[in-house]
Design a protein around this ligand. Structure first.
Ligand SMILES: Nc1ncnc2c1ncn2[C@@H]1O[C@H](COP(=O)(O)OP(=O)(O)OP(=O)(O)O)[C@@H](O)[C@H]1O
Length: 732
């Protein structure tokens, strides 16, 4: 506890209280200068953090470490701690305050003293060990996110703080248990945070996590969760905060078992990579699914959509299992082991029983192969005992290593290289037919067979789907190591075989699966979460839905949602919580005029605003637009390169837009985005992704007619007519 009981501000506040003069008041009076008092607490907390850091720096480990290895390990841990105690001037040490009506955990007796907590990114304590700031993940912080007037959770006051350039400049109060303040209001500070311009990589949302998001963030480690949510509903943010929460609540266990965040591509991972370190979590690995399976094969080739769909189908798992097990032979010869003057014979029928028993057990091919010599040796030992000998374990080991036993194992249960197995399946039509019988049609088999088989594993031009097959075969041979928790983002795009690859990396752990069925743009994109979760091996995961949108302005999301009936019938449109109306403008270029010129001038207009601008275009149109930008003297970045105050324009191929966001988006030629995909539904989904990247404004520039699914020009999109749709614009 940092200060006694809640101070009751007499009036409810609808506007944040603020002061233009950031703090120099030495002894503020809480009644007349509550902001000064909060600033004093901030200054004291900073001093306490500094003291914690100095304590860590002063630690002398010479007397407590037995040897240099221990010293090095402990030294590294202390360095980490010192780093984590840094006071970052632009990261507020606390962003909220809770005044409980009663002491937490005590009986809520009449007259009992309350308790006050400041909520921040990390724990800070004073010299006596009392908390000055508590971690947002601590149980006492939870009501900051969940308490409501309906269910105040014993909170008398919830205060949110506003900062300007690292200085505490405002606060906003809710007296949750005060009947005089009965109506729910939207927090102005929350609105300001949501509407803050975006520059640089993704940032954390600890100060403003919403109740329905918090429920997902804090759900237990043992269960898996799947979140369906439209564009900008905070799925990525929730997934990353959930990892941070789990690391706090189960630090030791997850330090042992590990955590992993899986994203669709490198530029996306780059965009999100700062969030966890900003929350103090430096140890979480990030990867794409391709990275996970990469160690098995160098991907140098690509499949056509038809072959990729079949290779990614779960039936391939059974084909591989059968093909692998076909290597196990039926013993036809006895094993004869010679020891001294005696010969011990295990007949073929007994070997057959041993092999049958190993095949029937649910163990990996490689583990069974490792067990076989000992089983044969055991059969020899039984015979020795029957003959009156008393062999011990060492004898069994020696017998297991006898040349006759080794030769029998090699003949009956040969070692199998996973890549060679896949190579053979994709090159040898007869071998494939034998194991795909009843699973893949003759046509399907023809589709995945290589027209010109490579000579070796090394010369093969493996595709991404092949690498996943090799990974599956590898797991059939020896079990893949399982992590403690895996977050899978943009999960809708995975094939069943990719779900299996992710699933085997969390067999003994749990998963957070995040995605949007309407944004599935691969030919194998999943049609239902139940099916995806089954392939992942987590059929019991709870499926949650997020529908409040924090990114896309109302007009823009309403316009994009016109596509939903064509791309994902049945999915509810996102309802934007952004209050700023945003702007949507659709500009049609006269036939014969250059689209790129209009696009460049739309970018120039967007750049007059604060924040980032993304120019999204069909991949095939990127070179033309790059040239036009360069000719007009506009420097631009590629996705994944960090926007800065100086470089704010990014040229984004539509295929890389997923998961990213920009303050202003200029979308070039929607019809080309649709045509860039193999079929119309995928094209419209790609367009849906491109239409939903904007935080403040979207300008669409086109010469070709707009896709009819976007509706007629000027059609009322929902609650508000799109602000800038000109009457001449649209899908004529
Ligand atoms: N509670 C919140 N408070 C403030 N900002 C939020 C909140 N939740 C989400 N956001 C912001 O909304 C934006 C969209 O979030 P995010 O990228 O996580 O959405 P998403 O559901 O993953 O979107 P997509 O489906 O497009 O990938 C981000 O800028 C994020 O910081």
């Amino acid at each position: 506890m940092s200060a006694p009981g809640p101070s009751h501000a007499p009036t409810p506040e609808s506007e944040p209280r603020s002061s233009p003069e950031p703090g120099s008041n030495p002894g503020p009076d809480p009644e007349s200068d509550p902001l000064g008092r909060e600033r004093a607490h901030l200054a004291a907390s900073r001093a306490a953090l500094r003291a914690m850091r100095e304590d860590a720096e002063a630690l002398d480990i010479r007397d407590v470490t037995a040897n240099w290895v221990n010293a090095a390990v402990l030294g590294a841990q202390i360095d980490e701690r010192i780093k984590s105690l840094a006071d970052l001037s632009h990261t507020p040490l606390f962003f909220g305050r809770l005044d409980y009506l009663h002491r937490v955990g005590a009986d809520q007796a009449e007259g009992a003293e309350g308790e006050r907590f400041y909520i921040g990114r990390r724990h800070v304590h004073d010299a006596a060990g009392d908390p000055m700031v508590v971690d947002w993940r601590a149980p006492v912080s939870q009501p900051f996110y969940r308490a409501s007037r309906k269910d105040p959770l014993d909170v008398g006051l919830r205060r949110r703080f506003g900062y300007t350039g690292g200085e505490l400049t405002a606060y906003e109060d809710e007296h949750l248990s005060d009947p005089a303040e009965s109506e729910e209001r939207t927090s102005k500070l929350l609105q300001a945070e949501i509407e803050r311009p975006r520059v640089g990589p993704m940032r954390d949302i600890v100060a403003t996590i919403q109740p329905e998001q918090d429920e997902i963030v804090r759900s237990g480690l043992s269960g898996s969760v799947c979140v369906q949510g439209g564009p900008g509903t905070g799925k990525t943010a929730v997934g990353l905060h959930r990892v941070a929460y789990l690391l706090y609540a189960h630090r030791e266990r997850l330090a042992r078992t590990g955590t992993l965040v899986i994203g669709p591509n490198k530029s996306f991972l780059h965009y999100i990579e700062q969030v966890l370190p900003a929350l103090g979590e430096l140890e979480v690995k990030q990867a794409t699914v391709d990275d996970l399976v990469a160690p098995h094969a160098e991907v140098r080739g690509a499949d056509g959509a038809g072959a990729a769909v079949i290779k990614g189908d779960a039936r391939m798992a059974e084909v591989l299992r059968r093909a692998l097990r076909s290597h196990v032979g039926v013993p036809t010869e006895p094993v004869v082991v010679v020891r001294g003057s005696r010969r011990w014979r295990v007949p073929a029928y007994e070997l057959e029983e041993i092999v049958a028993e190993l095949l029937a057990r649910d163990i990996r091919y490689g583990a069974a192969r490792d067990a076989l010599p000992q089983r044969i040796a055991h059969a020899v030992l039984v015979r020795m005992e029957e003959a009156g000998e008393a062999p011990d374990d060492r004898v069994q080991d020696t017998v297991a290593r006898a040349p006759a036993v080794k030769a029998a194992v090699k003949a009956v249960w040969p070692a199998v290289d996973p890549a060679k197995l896949v190579l053979r399946l994709l090159s040898d039509a007869e071998f494939l037919a034998e194991h795909a019988e009843g699973l893949l049609s003759a046509d399907e088999q023809r589709t995945i067979l290589w027209p010109r088989p490579p000579r070796s594993v090394r010369s093969a031009k493996w595709s991404a789907a092949d690498a996943v097959l090799i990974d599956e075969a590898g797991d059939l041979v020896s079990r893949t190591h399982s992590l403690g928790h895996v977050v899978l983002d943009e999960a809708q795009d995975l094939s069943p075989m990719q779900y299996r690859a992710v699933g085997r990396r969390c067999t003994t752990g749990s998963a957070t699966v995040l995605g949007d069925l309407a944004q599935g743009t691969t030919p194998w994109a999943t049609a239902s979460w139940a099916e995806a979760l089954r392939h992942l091996g987590k059929p019991d995961a709870a499926v949650e839905e997020l529908t409040a949108g924090f990114r896309v302005p109302r007009d823009v999301i309403a316009y994009a949602s016109r596509l939903l009936p064509s791309i994902s019938p049945g999915l509810a449109p996102v309802s934007s919580v952004r209050e700023s109306p945003g702007s949507l403008s659709v500009r049609r270029v006269e036939p014969g005029a250059a689209v790129s010129e209009a696009v460049v001038s739309a970018c120039a207009e967007a750049l007059r605003h604060e924040g980032s601008t993304g120019l999204i275009a069909a991949d095939a149109r990127v070179p033309e637009l790059a040239a036009a930008l360069a000719a007009a003297g506009h420097a631009y970045l590629s996705p994944g390169e960090e926007t800065t105050a100086q470089a704010r324009l990014t040229l984004v191929p539509a295929s890389l837009a997923k998961g990213l966001e920009y303050d202003y988006v200029v979308l070039d030629e929607p019809a080309a985005v649709v045509e860039g995909e193999p079929d119309e539904r995928t094209g419209l989904r790609r367009l849906y992704v491109a239409l939903t990247r904007a935080v403040s404004g979207l300008t669409i520039v086109h010469r070709d007619p707009l896709p009819p699914a976007l509706g007629q020009p000027g059609l009322h999109p929902g609650p508000g007519r799109p602000s800038g749709v000109s009457p001449v614009a649209g899908g004529a």
